[in-house]
Every structure is written in C-alpha cells, then in structure tokens.
Design a protein around this ligand. Structure first.
Ligand SMILES: *Cc1c(COP(=O)(O)O)cnc(C)c1O
Length: 391
C-alpha cells in the first residue's frame, strides 16, 4: 500500500467490515470466540494461525486500536492494556528478572516511581535515577546488571526534555532496552523509535482519549520484545476492555486536529503567563526560554498541551489561585478537551518527599495546566481573574 500520512492512517486504518457492511467499526462485546472445528482450535492455541480465542488474549477492537497505534508510532507490534500503569508495569516486569537493574530518569510519573521504589525491590529488581540536566552522569550509572533505561519526555510535571537520539545511542552501546513513556507527546508530536527507542509506552487515558472518558494504555515496540510482553499479559490479565479500545480507536481519528489546537492554546497561554508580573517562572517546551528548547524542537513536532508555572507567593497563593478558578477544572487528570489545573506538590506527587519533589523541579507553588480546547481567550480570562482574586 502507498505510504499514507498520520491523519489518514489514524482515520482509515480500521478492521475489516463484517457481513453487515458497517461504516463505523462495531463494538465486540464478547468474552470468547467460537472455533470452526477441532483442528482450527488446535491451530489457534498452537499460535500457528492468527485469530481470536478469548478477550483476555485478543479482541477485534483491541487489535484495531493497537494496530493503529503501531502505525502511528512506527513500531512493529504492540499490546493494549487496561491502564497506562498496566502498560508501564508489564513493559518492565515482563522483561526483567530478579537481580536486574533499571536506570530511570528522576522525573517519572508518581506511580512509576512507586513501582521502581517499592514494588520491584520486593522482587530484587533495583533501580537508579539519573538527572536529565546532567547527561554526563548517565553512563557511569549503568551497572553490569542494568537491563533497561526508562524515561519520560517531556517529563511530568517538570516538562524537562531528554535527548532521545543520544539516549538511543547510549542504550545500543550497552545493549540495553530503551523504554520511553510517550504519554505527554502522543505519537502525533514525537516518535521515540525514530531515535532508537525499543519500547514506547503510553497512558491512552490522557491526550489519546482526549475527552476524559476511559482509562487505557499501550506497550509498543519490536516484535521480539512484544512477544515477551504479550506472554506476560496473556497470563497475568491486564488486558484493555473492548469498549475502551473502541472508544480509543475512535479518539485516534481526531488526535492530530486536537493536538494542533492543544499546542496552539498552550503556547498562547505560556506567552501570556511569561509576561505576567505575578508569575515567577513559566515552563513550556516551545517557549524560547525553556532550557532545552532547541532539543524540544528537534524531536517534537509541537510543544504539547501542558504548561507549568510558579505563581508569586508560594504554596498558599498557589492554593488560593486554584480555589479562585471559575472555569478551569481542578482535577488530577490531563489531556482533556477541558482545561485542568493541578497542584502537583499536594496531589499527584504528594507521595514523594519534599526533597525528591525539589530534585525533579516541583516547587511548592508550581501549578500544572493541561490546556484544553476551549477558546484561548476564555482560558486566559479565567486565569487572569484567579491570579487577581488570589493576590
Ligand atoms: C497518567 C500517566 C501515567 C499513568 O496512566 P494511567 O492511564 O492513569 O494508568 C503514566 N505516565 C504518565 C506520564 C502519565 O501522565
């Protein structure tokens, strides 16, 4: 088939029509599938032929969603999971064993930190953190038992950018699996495999759904790695519900247009905040003031839908600001049509110590804004009145 563009694949890659000739793909709410005969059942279980057996293993809706994700990320294979955390967990647990070590960027998602810090040590899997701002320190932290590098870029909520090309080379030099949580960028803005990543993990709950409805995730990557991940998932059961896969496959059809507007609104909001006298610091990858702006431009198509800023007056002012918002939602999610403001220090990253928070750039007064698709002037107006009301 002729090479098609992102938007076209996101819309036109769909499962084959059934005999009903439906235009839009139906929802397959079935826990199992019927065998044609004893020989077909045997061949299916022996992995000799493709086909569905049981929805914990595969389902037409999951297959459609994941095949589309593979096309959009440029990966060979993939698996859909019940949540983003199921994706993070199985992408590591299926490929690591007792005695192994993971090198991770310090600013990983809160629950990923809990996996590395609390859950994996019970199974004798250890980790080290390296700082994005200090790339020279990474190589010296690789141990003889290191198996995987796990990073998030842009990171949540600090919006730090890691050089994926450099990291891809480092991983290959030491024969490590490079696993990139691409949740903040989505496949529309960044394709980590292009720079050498072996696995790409997603929380589809965020921008991929984009409308705050369902939880889901994906692990994508090279065939031989996904084979291990699939084995692990099939027998431990973190599969995505067909309904969520159906919703998410539809969501992908509009991902490109939504991301364009998220990014346009986010850049306008970042520009407004940067010149505001009550704001100390704004961070957004496509602002020239971002410390890794050039790098962001190299590996991302646009700056993403999240802006962070520090309001003058510390934690108390930050809380007052959040309580003064009239339109923006105060919620822990991100990547929604509705703009959402969050105070990471007291919510999403409250399980980290104060010291750990500061090490990943979470100042007490830091506010994270997931910029939605409302008219940008209405978003700015609400921010402006809340900044005034909290002073
Ligand atoms: C939300 C998020 C996750 C977890 O995804 P869930 O779908 O909530 O399980 C993982 N990584 C990042 C960067 C996230 O923002």
């Amino acid at each position: 088939m002729e090479k098609r563009n992102f938007e076209t694949d996101a819309i036109r890659a769909q499962s084959e029509r059934s005999s009903n000739r439906e235009h839009s793909v139906p929802l397959y709410l079935t826990s199992s599938f019927v065998f044609e005969d004893a020989e077909q059942a045997r061949a299916l279980f022996a992995d000799e032929i493709p086909g569905n057996i049981y929805t914990r293993f595969s389902n037409p809706n999951n297959t459609e969603f994941i095949e589309k994700m593979c096309l959009l990320e440029g990966t060979e294979d993939g698996i859909a999971t019940a949540s983003g955390m199921a994706a993070m967990y199985i992408s590591m647990a299926s490929l690591l064993k007792a005695g192994d070590h993971v090198l991770a960027s310090r600013s990983v998602f809160g629950s990923t930190h809990q996996i590395l810090n609390v859950i994996f040590p019970r199974f004798n899997i250890s980790y080290s953190y390296a700082d994005i701002a200090d790339p020279n320190s990474w190589e010296s932290k690789i141990q003889p038992n290191t198996k995987m590098i796990f990073v998030e870029t842009p990171s949540n909520p600090a919006l730090d950018i890691i050089d994926l090309e450099w990291l891809g080379k480092l991983a290959n030099k030491h024969k490590l699996i490079l696993n990139v949580d691409n949740c903040f960028a989505t496949p529309y803005l960044q394709n980590p495999v292009k720079w050498g990543a072996h696995l790409v993990t997603h929380s589809a709950t965020k921008f991929i759904d984009g409308q705050g409805r369902v939880i889901g995730g994906a692990v994508l990557g090279k065939k031989e790695l996904i084979k291990e991940v699939r084995f692990f998932a099939r027998h431990t059961g973190p599969s995505m519900a067909p309904f969520n896969a159906w919703v998410l496959s539809k969501s992908l059809e509009t991902l490109a247009v939504r991301m364009e507007r998220h990014c346009q609104n986010a850049l306008e909001l970042a520009n407004y905040l940067e010149t505001h006298s009550e704001v100390l610091k704004v961070k957004y990858p496509f602002l020239p003031s971002h410390p890794q702006h050039q790098l962001a431009k190299k590996q991302m198509k646009l700056g993403g839908g999240v802006v962070t800023f520090e309001i003058k007056g510390g934690i108390e002012r930050g809380r007052k600001f959040l309580n003064s918002l009239k339109m923006l939602s105060h919620s822990a999610n991100l990547g929604d049509t509705r703009s959402i403001a969050t105070h990471p220090a007291s919510t999403t990253h409250s399980k980290l110590s104060e010291e750990e928070r500061l090490a990943v750039g979470i100042m007490p007064g830091l506010v994270r804004v997931s910029v939605g698709l409302e008219n940008i002037q209405d978003i700015i107006n609400d921010m402006e009145q809340a900044i005034k009301a909290s002073s």
